[in-house]
Ligand binder design. Sequence first.
Ligand SMILES: NC(=O)C1=CN([C@@H]2O[C@H](COP(=O)(O)OP(=O)(O)OC[C@H]3O[C@@H](n4cnc5c(N)ncnc54)[C@H](OP(=O)(O)O)[C@@H]3O)[C@@H](O)[C@H]2O)[C@H](O)CC1
Ligand SMILES: [K+]
Length: 513
Amino acid sequence: MKIFTARQIYEADKSTIQKEQIKSHELMERAATQLFEWMHSRLRGTQVNIKLFCGIGNNGGDGLVLARKLNEHGYSIKVYVVNYSDKRSEDFLLNLERLKDGKVWPDFINAESDLPEISPNDIVVDAIFGIGLNRAPDAWVGNLIKHINSSRAFTLSVDVPSGLPVDRGPWEPSYVVNSSYVLSFQVPKLVFFLPETGVYVNQWEILDIGLDQDYMINTETDFELIGRPEVLPMYRPRLKFSHKGTYGHSVIVGGSYGKIGAVQLASNACLSIGSGLVTAFIPKCGYDSLQTAVPEVMVLTGSREKNISGIEIPFEPSVVGIGVGIGQDDDTVSAFGNFLKRVDSPMVIDADGLNILSQNPEMLKDVPALSILTPHPRELERLMGQWSSDFEKLEKAKAFAAHYNLVLVIKGAHTITIYNGKGYVNTTGNPGMATAGSGDVLTGMITGLVAQGYSSVEAAIFGVYLHGLAGDLGVSSKGYEALKASNIVEHIGNAFSDVFRQPEMEQKESGQN
Ligand SMILES: NC(=O)C1=CN([C@@H]2O[C@H](COP(=O)(O)OP(=O)(O)OC[C@H]3O[C@@H](n4cnc5c(N)ncnc54)[C@H](OP(=O)(O)O)[C@@H]3O)[C@@H](O)[C@H]2O)[C@H](O)CC1
Ligand SMILES: [K+]
C-alpha cells in the first residue's frame, strides 16, 4: 500500500472532487460518515460521554460532522471548538452552522479559557489538527493536548494524532496527542511507523473514503507499506521438474569461538526458506557442533581454530551471507577485505561484517553491487554517521544506498528496506523478536531467497516480511518473553502457508504499535 505525503493527499482530494463533480464538503461528509459508522458499530448506542475537540480547519470540520451524526443517533456528546486561529475553513463553518441547526452548541476554547474536565471514562474525539499542521501549536493548545493525554480517557484521533506533523518530527513532543486509536483516511501516514513518532499511535486503521483511484494508482510514492498483498506477487513457486541445484547454493561465512550458534541459526534459516544447498564457512572450533546441530548443512573450515583468517570457497556460490558471529580479529578483517575484492555477486552482510565496514570505510567500494546490508540503528549510525531525526535518517540511508548501489535493511519495530530512492515499510513482527540471534535468522532467510533467484530488493522485502510473520506465529504459542530465534526458524514454513491463507473476510489495513 502506498504511503502518500500530505501534498499528495491534498492532490488526491482535488482530483476526486474534480472527477466526481462533488463539493469538498461532500467529501468531508463521506469521511466523517465513515468515522461515525466505525464508532456506532462498536458503541451501539452505549451512553458514554463523548467529548469532541475540534479545530477550525477541515480536521475540525470532520469532527463537527461526526458530532452531528452522533447527536442524531442519540449519543451523549459535548463539542469543544479549539479556537486556535481566526482563519476558519469554509467546510468547518458550514458544518458549525449545521451542528447549531441540530441544537448542539459547542463551547469555544480560547487561549484564556479554562480546560474542560475529562474523566477517564469519557471518550475523547481528537479532531484538533490534521495533516494541515505546519508549525508548533501555541502553548495553550499544547496545554490542552497535555490535558487530554493526562486524562487517561480513550482517545480516538481523526486522521492523525493532533500535533503530529506528517512529514517531520514534532516541534514539541509533549504537544502531541497520545492516541488510543487513529482512524486515518485512505492511506497510512509514514509517521505511524517511525520510532520517534510511532509512539503516539497505539492502534491505527484506514478508512476508505473513495479518493480517486486513478490518482492513487498512477502516483509514485517514496514509501510503501508492505503487507500480504505486496509480497504475494513476489513469490516464486517451486517447479515440479526441478532439483536442489535449481534453488541455489548459499554460503554462510561467519562464526568465531563462542559464536558458532550465529552461523547455525543463519544456515538453518537459509535452508528452511528454501535454498537448495547451504554450505557454512567457519573456524575449526565450530565443526563438530554445527555438523551435529544441522546435518543438512555442509561445513567448510578455515585454517584457524577460533577465528576466520582466510576465506576460500572451492566452488562458485549463488550468494554469500557474511558477518554473523564473525568477530573483528585483525586477520578476520583482512580476510573479509580480500574476499570482498574477489567476489562480484551480491552478498548479504550483517553484524560484525557491518562493523568491519564502518571501521574500514575504504572497503565499502569493494562491496558487490546490489548487496544487502542489514544494520540495526546503532550499526547504521556507525556506517553513515548520526542523524537528528528519523526523517533525516531515511534521507541519509537513501543517499548511502544509492551511492554504493546497495539495498539497506534498517531493522526495527517496522523494518524499512531502502533501495533506489524508495523505502518499503514492513508490517509484520513483534517485540518478542528483540532476542539474541533474531538478526542471524534474518540474514539466513534473505540469503536463501537470493539463492533461489529473487532479486536483492525482493529478497530483502520478502525475507523481512516472512521473518516477522514467523515471529508472529512463534509468539502465538510461546508468548513474547519465551520466543527464541530458533523458534522463528521453526515457523518459516508456517509463515509461507500463512501468506497463502485465504483471508476470512475482506482485510482492512490496520495495525498496532
Ligand atoms: N483526503 C482526505 O484525507 C480528506 C481529509 N479531510 C480532513 O482534512 C484534514 C486537513 O485539513 P486542513 O484544513 O488542510 O488542515 P488542518 O485541519 O489540519 O489544520 C487547519 C489549519 O490550521 C493552520 N495551522 C497549522 N498549524 C497550526 C498551528 N500550529 N497553530 C495554529 N494553526 C495552525 C493551517 O492554516 P494556516 O493558513 O494558518 O497555515 C491549517 O490549514 C485532514 O487531516 C482530514 O482530517 C477532509 O475532511 C476530507 C478529505
Ligand atoms: K486529529
